[in-house]
Design a protein around this ligand. Sequence first.
Ligand SMILES: [Zn+2]
Length: 51
Amino acid sequence: MLKYCLECDWQVSTADGYTEKEVSEKAIEHFVETGHTIDSLRLPPPIVMQN
Ligand SMILES: [Zn+2]
């Protein structure tokens, strides 16, 4: 899950170590603080390297 702002450079992603719940909460927080429009992309699951 990647959520990003259509009006500034803000973005937050599960690739940064956040859970999907935290990503959603941070997106809502950004919207509440700025009134900016947030869009989201669903990321493919992370690839786990196995040796
Ligand atoms: Zn913004």
